[in-house]
Design a protein around this ligand. Structure first.
Ligand SMILES: Nc1ncnc2c1ncn2[C@@H]1O[C@H](COP(=O)(O)OP(=O)(O)OP(=O)(O)O)[C@@H](O)[C@H]1O
Ligand SMILES: [Mg+2]
Length: 331
């Protein structure tokens, strides 16, 4: 899958904008605030079905009534995304057929590399969870579904807990859903981490040219509890949940810990080593997406190329030579 060109209307700061892509590498150069990240966001939206950072209302150019993204592929296919502020809905047009969601066969894998990813190891558990959630959602449809069911149930349960009085039995239907989807999500996360670990060290050594060992540890707040045990532990927290006004037990508290030679990388690995770890993670992600989806992922590099030193830049170019790469840099 190769993208050919993009046309934007009312997409963030772009009133009307168009760009042709090279089949291999395209560089988007612009000053800060020119709208480089927005172009990557539009591409991502057209191939993944949603933005990596915002909702439609925020994307819509201030004062405009609709936005449109038209992404054409080299094979003649075209995806058009239109958001209409009047009805607050977006639709996907694929060769004259209209969809409320981007159909699976029109979704293409993407490896996105943002500046914030460079500090993934030292940033918050929430960011790490979001990061791997996004990756898992590309790999498994079922993950997407389970996560949205889980989040809906969590929201409803938390709303009840914020009310003045809530009886334990009123929480029960939500507890059931949280336990069911919580366990599914945890299993998929654990499987992903095991798969990543199969190649992380090898790929890392290819970049850093040393014998260090890199691994990812999935640290679930829920331990290894299966559905009935999960439910029991969730229910045991009833009093605490009532006091704090939210759900304390669950996979929404999970974290991923990067290990460097067996100990947490945060606090031991150097800045450069952490960058190489992230780079290795991106390479492994690209490989896994290709293996699982049989499509070479599109690589979007937002402002990161210039952040890397010579060796890491070379590793990046070499690793992604088979992929179409779109990168942005500040002029
Ligand atoms: N909904 C919107 N309507 C109009 N302008 C917007 C909207 N959302 C964001 N902007 C503006 O669009 C501009 C472009 O943002 P973007 O992040 O794409 O720029 P950038 O070129 O990536 O900048 P940087 O080099 O700083 O990363 C910013 O000035 C931002 O304030
Ligand atoms: Mg930017």
């Amino acid at each position: 899958m190769i993208i050919k060109d993009i046309k934007l209307s009312n997409f963030r700061c772009h009133k009307e904008y168009g760009l042709d892509f090279d089949t291999h590498t395209t560089q988007i150069l612009g000053e800060n605030g020119w709208g480089k990240t927005s172009v990557l966001e539009a591409i991502y939206l057209a191939v993944q079905g949603k933005s990596f950072k915002a909702v439609d209302r925020e994307i819509l150019r201030r004062g405009a009534e609709f936005y449109r993204v038209e992404l054409s592929f080299l094979n003649g296919e075209k995806t058009t995304v239109v958001y209409d502020e009047g009805i607050a809905k977006k639709s996907f047009l694929i060769t004259d057929k209209k969809w409320a969601r981007l159909p699976k066969k029109n979704r293409y894998p993407v490896v996105l590399f943002e500046p914030a990813d460079l500090s993934l190891i030292t940033s918050s558990p929430t960011r790490r969870r979001d990061y791997f959630d996004r990756f898992l959602a590309q790999l498994f449809d079922e993950y997407n579904h389970s996560l949205s069911q889980y989040n809906k149930a969590l929201k409803q349960r938390n709303e009840l807990l914020k009310k003045e009085y809530v009886r334990q039995e009123n929480l029960f239907p939500w507890n059931i859903l949280l336990a069911r989807y919580g366990v599914k999500i945890r299993m998929m996360r654990a499987r992903l981490v095991a798969n990543l670990n199969d190649s992380l060290t090898g790929v890392y050594r290819g970049i850093a040219e040393n014998r260090d060992e890199v691994a990812l540890k999935y640290d679930s707040y829920t331990g290894e509890a299966l559905e009935s045990e999960y439910l029991r532990l969730l229910e045991m927290d009833y009093n605490r949940d009532v006091l704090t006004g939210h759900t304390n037990f669950g996979i929404h508290k999970d974290d991923y810990i990067f290990l460097f030679n067996g100990v947490p990388a945060d606090g031991t690995a150097s800045r450069g080593e952490m960058r190489s770890v992230i780079l290795a993670l991106k390479f492994v992600e690209a490989e896994m997406l290709f293996e699982d989806l049989r499509r070479r992922p599109l690589v979007l590099l937002d402002d990161v190329f210039s952040e890397l030193d010579d060796t890491r830049q070379k590793a990046l170019v070499k690793n992604f030579q088979e992929n179409q790469v779109i990168l942005t840099s500040v002029k």
